[in-house]
Write a protein that binds this ligand. Sequence first.
Ligand code: C2E
Ligand code: CA
Ligand code: CA
Ligand code: CA
Length: 263
Amino acid sequence: MSIRSHERLVIENDLHRALDQQEFQLFYQPRVDPRTGTIQCSEALLRWKHPKLGMIPPDKFIPIAEESGLIVPLGAWVLHEACRQNKAWQDAGYAPMRVAVNVSAKQFGRGLTDSVAQALKESGLAPDWLEIEITESVLTDNENTVIASLRKLKSMGVHLAIDDFGTGYSNLAFLMKFEVDTLKIDRSFIQNIHRNIEHQLITTSVISLAHNLGMRVVTEGVETIEEHQFLLKYEPNEAQGYYYARPASALAYEKDNLNKQAH
Ligand code: C2E
Ligand code: CA
Ligand code: CA
Ligand code: CA
């Protein structure tokens, strides 16, 4: 058996216990105002600290968790932990910022809105501080369930963001229907943007259209000072990427990112 498929088997077997064994952890990466560097939002990114394999990135186990249905309790845990942590930071006196949580298409119609309501209630976090990030693909399958869930989330006061925008098949008019607050432009358009005229045209058009429709824009995957400086003139509301900060554990995030801000 190849190392790859062996690893996949280990992951499949161990995933079931991992939630009970408290092997999951949330890392955080800031979404900043690129003009000032002020943190606007912290995106929660799931990690699995496997006792033998070490830190496993989400791309390796989320698809497996989706197939097995584990994504439902795991997703509920993520919501709970992200809300708890953000409220703890607010209570500790840090300047309030939103927390963004990624949810999978598989969570829709399977208790997502109840999980959100419960996470908010148990943590005491006001709904305005929570943003749910979904990909365009969520909007294209199972339309009625998804629309009902998104309406419910909006009516609760939770914000909605479209992740990886530009990689799927939706368009901005379609997004209007869902009352999306924030558009995150996929990093494939941002990479080397200062040298790619096509990406410049797409990014600037998407930003101005999104702004005209009243949405906020986040440019994702900013890695270099050249990309950062180039993007400034497009005035995205927020930017995110290794140039500003890499994802880090809650402790490291607090120490290296939150402590730099006035509080
Ligand atoms: P995403 O939501 O698009 O998150 C951004 C990913 O890009 C993260 O990878 C982040 O570490 C990485 N990234 C951030 N800045 C840069 C940059 O400047 N350059 C490059 N090359 N990469 C950057 P990560 O943490 O491995 O997460 C991968 C994906 O896994 C996420 O993509 C998201 O779709 C999914 N994911 C993460 N956490 C969760 C979760 O709690 N639930 C669900 N359902 N999915 C999650
Ligand atoms: Ca995301
Ligand atoms: Ca993304
Ligand atoms: Ca992604």
